[in-house]
Design a protein around this ligand. Structure first.
Ligand SMILES: Nc1ncnc2c1ncn2[C@@H]1O[C@H](COP(=O)(O)OS(=O)(=O)O)[C@@H](OP(=O)(O)O)[C@H]1O
Length: 346
């Protein structure tokens, strides 16, 4: 089958910097179907503060055009399997870490000597556990057979619960949701955006903060994205494991053990004695991953940006170095109000 014009363009741009010369906008326009172009013209629209020029509100959440196209493709065509494992996050909440941990847990019997060889040593976690949005961005119905590495297909998404495809809602597949303090999430977003935009205009932190507070951010409002999965985890704890980045940082081993049990692959007493959980934690640690050659110099296929943008500080509380006390108070108030009566706290 001949490649579509957008596939040809993407191929040619494989190593290019999409952020330069507005190439990203060209790719986006090339990949939108007439249906989505028409839909976009009817949706509420805001100027974006991340890499996308604009965000569109669909089913109460905000998306760049290319992700809206992907969402419609996913809603229409993605067929979940009961054995799938879907990792869900708001962007910048620790997705890369969660992907690495889950990949290492689920595949540990294939690579029982991670010091010798492990795919995480030579591949970025986003390659091993791809975003559904990326798979469905260019292709309306991509071949997912490459994901069947073993019985469990590992996938990830930022799609809010309300917009998940029916096939995920109706299947028995498991979901792990990882959330993070919105103040640190916003700051992580802010730095990520600036790295991607390089020498292009960044806009001010204050403007971006205002948009974030209003909920205008990819796959946001942040709080609504969290609440959808929080409620599902309360209703169906066997299907959704709800985790917090801060708690994982504080007690990594406890959470790794919890993850393994939830994923149906608990560590045996012998594995514990042999220090397998510690080995996995070390393999997936910020220090280890961020210092691997692949993550220092490798690039995200098609998008062209460096894998290093997924690693910054990996700490809790960095927002105090960037937000004023007034900003902190404002975000905390919004969080308190949004999570009121939900039992969720940060
Ligand atoms: N292994 C590991 N352990 C702990 N923390 C880690 C790890 N890898 C990445 N990070 C930090 O996670 C932040 C990036 O978030 P995401 O991975 O969710 O980004 S993305 O949504 O996939 O683009 C970003 O947080 P900040 O440092 O606060 O910006 C990364 O540094």
């Amino acid at each position: 089958m001949d490649p579509t014009p957008s596939q040809t363009l993407l191929h040619a741009l494989k190593d290019a910097d999409l952020m330069k010369d507005n190439l990203l906008e060209q790719v986006i326009q090339n990949n939108l179907t007439e249906e989505v172009k028409n839909l976009l013209s009817s949706l509420p629209k805001e100027s974006g503060w991340m890499i996308s020029d604009h965000l569109y509100q669909y089913q109460n959440f905000w998306y760049p055009a290319i992700h809206l196209q992907a969402l419609l493709n996913i809603q229409r065509n993605f067929q979940a399997l009961d054995t799938d494992l879907v990792l869900v996050t708001n962007p910048k909440c620790g997705t890369t870490w969660l992907k690495a941990l889950c990949f290492a847990i689920v595949n540990r019997f294939h690579f029982d000597n991670p010091k010798q060889y492990h795919p995480l040593l030579t591949n970025n976690p986003h390659i091993l556990v791809p975003f559904l949005e990326n798979l469905y961005m260019i292709d309306q119905n991509p071949d997912l057979s490459c994901l069947s590495f073993n019985a469990t297909r590992l996938l990830s998404t930022h799609i809010p619960h309300a917009s998940l495809p029916d096939s995920i809602k109706d299947s028995k597949c498991k979901l792990v949701y990882l959330c993070r303090d919105p103040k640190d999430t916003f700051i992580s977003f802010w730095h990520f955006n600036n790295k991607l935009r390089k020498d292009m205009e960044h806009g001010s932190l204050e403007e971006a903060f205002e948009k974030f507070c209003e909920g205008v951010v990819e796959f946001g409002p942040f709080w609504d994205n969290v609440l959808g999965y929080w409620k599902m985890s309360l209703e169906s704890p066997e299907r959704v494991l709800f985790l917090k980045y801060e708690e994982m940082k504080k007690e990594p081993k406890t959470h790794l053990m919890k993850l393994a049990v939830f994923l149906g692959s608990p560590f045996s007493a012998e594995e514990e004695k042999d220090g397998v959980p510690e080995e996995i934690l070390n393999l997936c640690s910020f220090d280890n991953l961020s210092n691997l050659e692949v993550n220092k110099t490798g690039k995200m296929p098609m998008a062209g940006f460096e894998f290093s943008v997924f690693f910054r500080r990996g700490e809790v509380g960095d927002h105090v170095n960037h937000l004023t006390p007034e900003m902190i108070e404002r975000l905390d108030k919004i969080t308190e109000q949004k999570f009121l009566d939900s039992g969720l706290k940060f």
